[in-house]
Design a protein around this ligand. Structure first.
Ligand code: SAM
Length: 248
C-alpha cells in the first residue's frame, strides 16, 4: 500500500544496511534521495536498479508535492539520505512533514545513526544526551550557542563537518572546563575509525598530532556539566532575583 518509508542507510560500512532496508528498497517504486549519484552507488552495490528523484535541502517542498501525488496513486516511496538516518541533521524532515499533513502513511526503517553509534562506544554515561548536531559555522554564533550549553548536564552530541574540527575544539576549549571528558568518534564504521576519549585540555594536541585527523567525519561528545554547577547557577539566579526585587 501507499507508504513513505524513511530508510536509514550505512554511515560508512556498507554491510551495516539492514535486511529490512534492502527489502523496502527492493519493493519501492521510487527512491527519493539527497544525491542520486551516491544512492546510485549503494543501490548498484546490492543489485538494485530503481528510479531515483533528488530531494535535497533546496527542493524539498516541490519534491514533497510530487511524492504526495505518487503516494496518492498507490506507490511506495523510499526516502534516504547520503548516509545514516534521514531527516536528522539531513534533508527529509520537510517531506515527512508534508506527507503526514496529507494524511498519508509514514513508516521508519531504522538503522545507522552517527550520534547513537558514537554514544554507544564512548564509555560516557549517556542516560541523557542533548543532540546539538552541527554548530553554526560563524565563530560568534558558535560561541553563543556553546555558552548556552555550558550548564547542560546531559552529554552533548555535536556533528562536525570535515575541515572544521580544529575550530570546533578551540571553541569548546574557550567555553567548557578543561577537565571535561570529550570523545572524538571519527570515521565510524570505516577503515580508519578512531574513537578517542580525553580531557578537553588535551583535545587540541590530539587532533593536531596526526594531520589525517583534520579530515574525515567526526561526532564530538562532551561530558555534561557536573550537577552541582547547575545548582550554583540556580543559586546565583535566586540571589539575582532578590537583588533585582530590592532595586525595583
Ligand atoms: N543523518 C546522519 C546520521 O544519521 O548520523 C548524519 C548526517 S550529517 C549531514 C553528517 C555528519 O554526521 C558528519 O559531519 C559527522 O558529524 C556525522 N557522521 C556521519 N557519518 C559519520 C561517520 N562515519 N563517522 C563519524 N561521524 C559521522
Amino acid at each position: 500500500t501507499a507508504t513513505l518509508y524513511v530508510v536509514a542507510t550505512p554511515i560508512g560500512n556498507v554491510t551495516d544496511i539492514t535486511l529490512r532496508a534492502l527489502h523496502v528498497l527492493l519493493i519501492a517504486d521510487v527512491v527519493a534521495c539527497e544525491d542520486t549519484r551516491k544512492t546510485g552507488v549503494l543501490l548498484t552495490r546490492f543489485g538494485l536498479n530503481k528510479q531515483m528523484v533528488a530531494a535535497h535541502q533546496h527542493n524539498e517542498r516541490e519534491v514533497a508535492e510530487k511524492l504526495i501525488q505518487r503516494l496518492r496513486a498507490g506507490e511506495r516511496v523510499a526516502l534516504v539520505s547520503d548516509a545514516g538516518t534521514p531527516a536528522v541533521s539531513d534533508p527529509g524532515a520537510r517531506i515527512v512533514d508534508a506527507v503526514r499533513d496529507a494524511g498519508l502513511h509514514v513508516v521508519p526503517v531504522p538503522g545507522a545513526s552517527a550520534a547513537i553509534t558514537a554514544l554507544s562506544a564512548s564509555g560516557l554515561v549517556n542516560d541523557r544526551f542533548h543532540f546539538v548536531g552541527f554548530l553554526p559555522a560563524k565563530a560568534k554564533q558558535r560561541e553563543t550557542e556553546l555558552a548556552q550549553l555550558k550548564l547542560e548536564t546531559s552529554t552533548l552530541v555535536i556533528y562536525e563537518a570535515p575541515h572544521r574540527i580544529i575550530d570546533c575544539v578551540e571553541a569548546l576549549a574557550a567555553v567548557f572546563e578543561p577537565t571535561r571528558q570529550v570523545v572524538f568518534a571519527r570515521e565510524l564504521t570505516k577503515m580508519f575509525e578512531e574513537i578517542h576519549r580525553c580531557e578537553l585540555k588535551d583535545a587540541l594536541a590530539w587532533v593536531k598530532a596526526d594531520q589525517h585527523r583534520e579530515r574525515g567525519e567526526f561526532v564530538v561528545l562532551v561530558e555534561g556539566a557536573a550537577p552541582g554547577e547547575d545548582e550554583g547557577q540556580a543559586e546565583a539566579e535566586r540571589i539575582l532575583q532578590i537583588l533585582l526585587a530590592e532595586c525595583s
